[in-house]
Design a protein around this ligand. Structure first.
Ligand code: IVH
Length: 672
């Protein structure tokens, strides 16, 4: 077998991963499953760990974000990044067409593109490598956000062709990413972003690019700064050129022969725009032929050969009838506007989250106010403003709630958060939410206990806290609506089965603020038993990688409350397991590696790894690496020119591996 040099292997893997990532992020047509992708990605990561000297800046593993910045440097654009003139109706669009016709004698066509609602960016490639990425700024000078843009998968870190080129486009947050980001922020009591554009801007202005990396941004590239340099003569050609060189362009573009066709396109997308995965705020119409563009030229601010048709902001007017306050699992109290139902962007809307009291105050939203609503990110209904002219004369500012709408205990405003919280751990609303969380899939995973069943169990006084679930009887369950013997038994079996869950599921299920499923796993893995966790010092919890002080404080606080110990004791008495049952990382490595417990001798010249690296790798996989061959030796890895040790191994009938077999075994070991 021919030896696989790591350089070649790494290059090959990178090529494959880039191809898959391009198919997924740029072409939207995945070639392989996520798990196949992840597997190969991990293989590359491991090879790069062993050979850090082979890491290149354009390796796909380098998209995770870099070091923290103090601020953004300024970057002067090679040619100014201009903005566009606007047309707000058909007449203004036809005026633009007339101006174009007057300004050139050539027959022209229009390239019509979606106007993506994001942030304009400039990407500079030198000899195929991405060197800088910048914001538009004032059009002349932008900010250097290279580190952040490098985390955006649709932006190539290097090009296959050796190009030196500046390209421009829009960086944006897809609607779905925006919705889930805001949902998470709302849950955590953090301020939500008003729309995907703000969310994208906030993500790109992060000094910590690791945060940007998590934000799932994307791009559409639509301009080459100097297209003539590449022999291109039209916008249509430029877009195809960008496609062919690995950039993500928007394929809903259309070449139109006249302004009537342009108008038909606009009308088509006025209806279709809500079904797109990203927000658009209009349509950009560009004279297609560069020679005509040149003839037409520029005004001070914008090209005369292009215009943005702006869709009217989609808003609807309605009246606020009530503000409903709900209490979440962690006690955060959130307001929802209850409104007269209106049609908006394709659906009927009657409720809109107001997120927190600060927002009510800031927008001065009052009961019976007439308000304008829109859909943030085209999905989430939001009150944009109050129509003051229509405010009832006797209206009064909406007061800040002081007491929990469910348990009436005094609410607290946490400094550094916009949220107001009910601090009563016995608040029925919190308990019900907590019960739902406890039985959920990533927590104790108890089937059959939906919100309606739990609510009844609570309201009828059968359960007051999660541990009471383990003391339920069949006759309790039979008193609930729609629960017959069979489902009662299924529920009891599911509850019983959850007693043997591993510690991390219970820890997550307790619903300790900030302790997500991942943190729970790490903590359970480290401390092994609930008793250890309860008595752990803050410092020792803090020592776990990726567990920060916020989580540490929250855990510490949780177990200080006497009720917490009582709850755990009650769970213990019910027979709920309190131990971590998974394998720790070191165990996993050993169990899943062929090297585990083996005595290995290395001999001869190695090429893929040097002797020390190979030894360390085997030891990390549970092997004992010794210097001489004896009956106790399990494997001899024989490199080139192996001498007496190989002879002895053969003599003793010991398994002999080539270097390739060793590398293969490394790759098959679980930590790879
Ligand atoms: S062309 C010389 N094409 O709209 C002008 N812009 O109001 C170059 N935008 O700053 C812009 N989608 O951020 C162009 N397909 C598209 C666009 C687009 C969104 C943004 C861009 C620009 C703004 C102009």
């Amino acid at each position: 077998m021919e030896k696989v040099k790591p350089e070649a292997q790494i290059k090959e893997i990178r090529k494959k991963l880039n191809k898959w990532a391009h198919a997924y992020y740029v072409l939207d047509t995945p070639l392989v499953s996520d798990s196949d992708y992840d597997k190969l990605y991990r293989e590359l990561q491991d090879l790069e760990t062993v050979y850090p000297e082979l890491i290149t800046t354009d390796s796909i593993t380098q998209r995770v974000g870099g070091k923290l910045l103090d601020g953004f440097k300024k970057i002067e654009h090679k040619t100014p990044m201009m903005s566009l003139g606007n047309a707000f109706n058909e007449a203004e669009l036809r005026e633009f067409d007339a101006r174009v016709k007057k300004g050139t004698n050539q027959a022209i066509s229009y390239m019509v593109e979606l106007k993506i609602d994001g942030l304009a960016i400039n990407l500079s490639y030198v000899n195929s490598q991405l060197v800088t990425g910048a914001t538009r700024g004032d059009g002349v000078i932008g900010e250097d956000i290279t580190q952040n843009l490098r985390t955006v998968y649709s932006i190539p870190l290097s090009l296959e062709a050796d190009l030196t080129i500046d390209v421009r486009g829009e960086c944006f947050m897809p609607k779905a990413s925006f919705a889930s980001l805001n949902e998470r922020r709302d849950l955590e009591g953090e301020a939500v972003f008003a729309n995907p554009r703000n969310a994208a801007a906030g993500s790109l202005r992060q000094l910590d690019s690791k945060v940007t990396a998590k934000r799932q941004l994307s791009t559409f590239i639509y301009t080459i700064a100097n297209p003539e340099q590449f022999g291109l003569t039209s916008q249509a050609q430029a877009l195809d050129f960008l496609d062919n060189h690995g950039f993500k362009t928007n394929h809903r573009r259309q070449l139109c022969q006249n302004i009537d066709e342009v108008w038909a396109y606009i009308e088509e997308f006025r209806d279709k725009r809500h079904s797109l995965d990203y927000e658009i705020d209009g349509i950009v119409i560009k004279v297609n032929e560069f020679s005509a563009q040149e003839e037409l030229g520029f005004t001070v601010k914008a090209p005369k050969w292009a215009i943005a048709y702006k869709f009217p902001a989609e808003e609807a007017e309605t009246v606020i009838r009530d503000i409903e306050w709900t209490v979440g699992r962690t006690g955060v109290v959130t307001p929802t506007a209850i409104m007269d139902s209106v049609q908006l962007a394709g659906t009927s809307v009657a409720r809109a989250s107001l997120h927190n009291y600060d927002l009510i105050k800031e927008k001065d939203i009052r009961l019976l106010d007439t308000v304008m609503v829109h859909k943030a990110g085209d999905i989430i209904p939001e009150v944009t403003r109050v129509v003051l002219d229509k405010r009832p004369k006797d209206s009064r500012a909406y007061p800040e709630p002081t007491h929990c709408p469910v348990c009436d205990s005094v609410l607290e405003k946490i400094e550094s958060e916009v949220a107001i919280r009910c601090m009563n751990p016995l608040c029925p609303a919190q308990i019900k939410e907590g019960l739902n969380h406890f039985v959920s899939r990533n927590a104790m995973n108890i089937d059959g206990l939906g919100p309606k069943v739990l609510e009844q169990l609570y309201d009828k006084g059968f359960i007051k806290q999660v541990s009471d679930l383990y003391y339920l009887t069949e006759s309790d369950l039979l008193q609930l609506d729609k629960i017959k013997e069979k489902s009662a038994n299924n529920i009891l079996t599911a509850i019983n089965a959850s007693k043997t869950n591993s510690l991390e599921k219970l820890l997550f299920g307790l619903g300790i603020q900030h302790v997500g499923a991942k943190a729970a796993k790490l903590i359970a893995e480290e401390f092994k038993t609930m008793t250890n966790i309860m008595s752990a010092s803050k410092e020792s919890i803090n020592q776990i990688d990726s567990i920060g002080p916020v989580i540490v404080d929250s855990i510490h606080k949780y177990f200080l409350v006497p009720g917490a110990t009582e709850l755990i004791n009650s769970l213990i008495s019910a027979g709920v397991n309190m131990d971590y049952l998974g394998l720790n990382l070191a165990d996993t490595l050993q169990v899943d590696s062929i090297f585990n417990g083996k005595t290995v001798v290395l001999t001869g010249k190695l090429f893929t790894y040097n002797r020390r690296e190979a030894k360390e790798k085997m030891e990390s996989l549970g092997a004992k690496v010794t210097g001489s061959v004896s009956k106790k030796t399990d494997i001899v890895v024989a490199g080139e020119e192996a001498g007496s040790k190989l002879e002895k191994a053969l003599e003793l009938g010991i398994t002999v591996w080539s270097e390739e077999e060793m590398v293969e075994a490394f790759n098959e070991s679980k930590d790879n």
